[in-house]
Design a protein around this ligand. Structure first.
Ligand code: UT7
Length: 337
């Protein structure tokens, strides 16, 4: 049997930290409001005057993942990059990353599945690996949100949530008969419901209206993310437990079998509610949001990397991940590290 496994993980965040207090110089907000509502204390943002973009952060994370996996970049057969903050509208940021990695010729695929993008990415990689088309795949989640946020009081409900960062994994195909303890990706489950597309989106610039795409009258804040926070919160706390249980039941596992839960980091209160509903002990949930905010496609690989580095995630552990975000999209992954 052919199965896929994670060979290595890496992450990168830009050096500059913005505390909640720092944000008060830009907008009417407070450390108390942000911490109470979201659990976020600080986030990393790229230097706003620099040309640093998503593919730069993705490159740093990729190099670290390759090093951790002990895999030469030339061994990579496919690059999958998930982001909602691409370097340019086209071509895909995966192509820019491929060029920065100096790997001309191999396929580079972008995924626009927002907070769920990384799980969609490893699921796609899994199919290519299991079908024997490729042997090694680089999957990256990377975001430079900071340059696309409304940093005035008008945008404060969204802006305080998001941080810049990247996480990457190298996945490889293995042949054999995996047993209970074999390190591998066990399953993934993917979902979307486009009826909710406008609950969290960036309306402009877009082509879904008559007339020129860049008409100035369309740019009255609609070029920044618009979010119906309460609806997102409600559906996230409903869909994440559902999809998590889908993965566990398909594998014949229970919540008690899972050693560590590495969820998407949108809001600490969402993860607390998910854990409470499922009666998951707090110490089994690995959260990083207080230090990084929501780095969207990067939260899960960044969380895996932090958990490995801190010794919290050890070889042989059973890990469950779940994510929910714009689209709406939601997904889960169950893996033996
Ligand atoms: O990855 C998926 C991405 N997004 C999410 O998962 C987000 C899910 N939603 C949420 O996390 C929450 O809805 C938020 C944290 C975004 C907002 O919390 P809320 O409890 O839903 O607050 P709200 O939007 O109802 O706003 C409450 C008040 C409002 O003031 P008034 O009308 O009561 O006077 C807002 O204007 O808080 C105000 N407010 C703020 N105040 C200080 C909104 N944002 C801020 C802010 N600082 N940053």
């Amino acid at each position: 049997m052919i199965y896929s496994k994670f060979l290595g993980v890496g992450s990168y965040v830009p050096p500059r930290v913005w505390t909640n207090q720092d944000l008060t110089s830009l907008m009417d907000t407070s450390d108390e409001w942000i911490q109470q509502r979201t659990g976020i204390k600080e986030r990393h943002w790229v230097d706003q005057d620099s040309a640093t973009c998503t593919s730069d952060l993705a490159l740093e994370a990729s190099v670290r993942a390759l090093e951790a996996a002990n895999v030469k970049k030339e061994e990579i057969d496919l690059i999958i990059l998930a982001t909602l903050s691409p370097d340019h509208e086209f071509p895909g940021t995966g192509c820019f990353l491929q060029s920065k990695l100096d790997l001309p010729g191999i396929p580079a695929l972008d995924i626009r599945q927002q907070c769920t993008g990384f799980i969609y990415g490893i699921s796609i990689a899994d199919q290519f690996l299991k079908s024997k088309q490729y042997k090694k795949v680089l999957v990256v989640g990377a975001e430079v949100h900071s340059k696309g946020l409304d940093k005035t009081t008008r945008g404060r409900d969204v802006t305080v949530l998001f941080g810049d960062g990247a996480g990457a994994v190298v996945m490889g195909a293995e042949e054999g008969a995996p047993d209970e303890k074999t390190s591998r990706l066990i399953n993934t489950f993917l979902h979307a419901d486009g009826r909710f597309a406008k609950e969290l989106w960036v309306p402009e610039p877009g082509l879904a209206h008559p007339g020129p795409r860049m008409a100035p009258e369309r740019f009255d804040g609609r070029e920044y993310p618009q979010m119906n926070g309460k609806t997102v919160f409600t559906y996230a706390t409903k869909k994440m437990p559902e999809v998590l249980m889908e993965s566990l039941s398909a594998a014949g596992k229970t919540l008690e079998d899972v050693d560590l839960f590495i969820f998407h980091q949108a809001n600490l209160r969402i993860n607390e509610m998910v854990a409470k509903q499922l009666r998951i002990p707090e110490e089994k949930v690995y959260n990083t949001i207080s230090r990084f905010g929501n780095t969207t496609a990067a939260t899960i690989p960044l969380g895996i990397d932090e958990a490995v580095k801190s010794g919290r995630l050890k070889k042989g552990m059973l890990v469950a991940s779940a994510a929910f975000g714009a689209g709406f999209t939601w997904a889960s992954a169950l893996y033996r590290w």
